[in-house]
Design a protein around this ligand. Sequence first.
Ligand code: NAD
Length: 542
Amino acid sequence: MLKGFFHVPKAVNEPIKSYAPNSPEKAAVLAAYQQMWNSKIDVPIYIGNEEIRTGNTRNMTAPHDHKHIVGTYHLAEKVHVEKAISNALESKTKWANLAWEQRAAIFLKAAELIAGPYRARINAATMIAQSKNIFQAEIDASCELIDFLRYNVEFMTQIYNDQPKSTSDVWNRLEYRPLEGFVYAITPFNFTAIAANLPASAAMMGNVVVWKPSDSQVFSAKIIIDVFKEAGVPDGVINVVFGDAEMITNTVLASRDFAGIHFTGSTHVFKDIWAKIGINIHHYKTYPRIVGETGGKDFIVAHPSANIKQVVTGIVRGAFEFQGQKCSAASRAYVPQSLWKDIKSQLITDVKSMKMGSPEDFGNFITAVIHEGSFDKLARYIDQAKKDTDAEIIVGGNYDKSVGYFIEPTVIVTTNPKYTTMETELFGPVMTIYVYEDAKWSETLKLVDQTSEYALTGAIFSQDRYAIEEATIALQNASGNLYINDKPTGAVVGMQPFGGARASGTNDKAGSALNLMRWISPRTIKETFVVPEDYRYPFLGE
Ligand code: NAD
């Protein structure tokens, strides 16, 4: 162990590059895109120091061109999942005992690798695998991931520095141990940064991990694995398995050493996993940590005092960036009658001006949705809205999956505030608007609060301070992240810790010390210097 109280570099947010015409970053990312698009990779599962090719493979394709194959990946069987668990556990002692500054160095190095030599590749992979336009890829796969790594290192040291009081004769110490066992990370398709952060944050705190990425994100997960390897994450610390999510999860949850789950994905999957953990509870060595960030039905509510252009921009960016596939995406809006005519006409103009197509063409704001299942579900809801008398599609409503899974950005206006698309998470470019009477502002806030089971993000638009205060109080439990005069998406690590309550998750705030605390089990150490040698207290002297 080295001697010294080391300071880590002050975390700073990674600046977003512009990708303007003729910029070097634009040329670099397009070159990486072309190179990856025109080659085929073969992704094994990673267990300990082994790369295992099971021979049972699936193709990886791009959502915007689903016949184009960019590679294959190998599917794990039960025996591989068991092997991943045993490798993690074998690596545990050495990793947990490694000095914290060595762990910090590994993840700080990973951040710099992404900021520099891997930036074009991780962005290009995210453009191909998840159909993000370059701006969406940059703010996710590069900037957010770099920020997670840098800030989490800083938060780790803050946690370690948080020590109890002592007296001259008693020294109290808190040792922030990793969990006893291994952590299971299950990640969603929609953020490359989240895919990396869920295993990395637990590993950073000294835990060993079994990581199961989403089937729709393996292509960009491969770059994360390459970065972790080059940064020096030792073999066996993060083991990666792909394949049948239920089989993998059941195998993991059957282990006595299962110590925690770091999940991001849909609500019903998380609830099912929670129930399974409950059933197995008598079997585990320790109470598992259950951390899950899940679905959303995120709102925008505009007060009659709101600025029309700001509301429209909030709706358009909030609902349609990355095709509405952010957990934080606005998908229901409440607009006052007095502003509706102007909001409607500008909204239609803005949405019609958006170009849709491949992310390789930088003129496209909208690209494809992630897969056929999502496309078909969205198309069903759009078709239903075309039939329902209490719904009207005012712009969009077309879709086409002949080449890629393209759904036009669609705005539904409903006269029924409990219409199905006001309540259900669709996870696509569909926004539903309810127009309320200006005089019913307070009742509308109740509606916003009570309409959906979720409570992830929400936005209030108003120029009236009293209205802002009223809404902030009325919507206290309606979201974990509230935005005032801003779109409800785009939380930045270190600035707006992110997470929701109710059915949106355990609200452990990714990108903050609160999350890292879930991956430790503190031990209090009390040391007495002058030790009593007689049991009798002075009061017994009588
Ligand atoms: P998903 O639930 O389909 O998949 C998430 C992960 O769970 C994947 O790795 C998947 O393979 C796995 N999974 C699926 N079924 C499983 C099962 N039966 N048992 C175990 N694992 C299973 O979600 P998705 O489509 O990848 O992501 C979109 C969802 O994630 C949305 O609901 C979105 O709101 C949510 N999300 C939430 C946040 C947040 O911070 N709250 C962030 C991103 C995404």
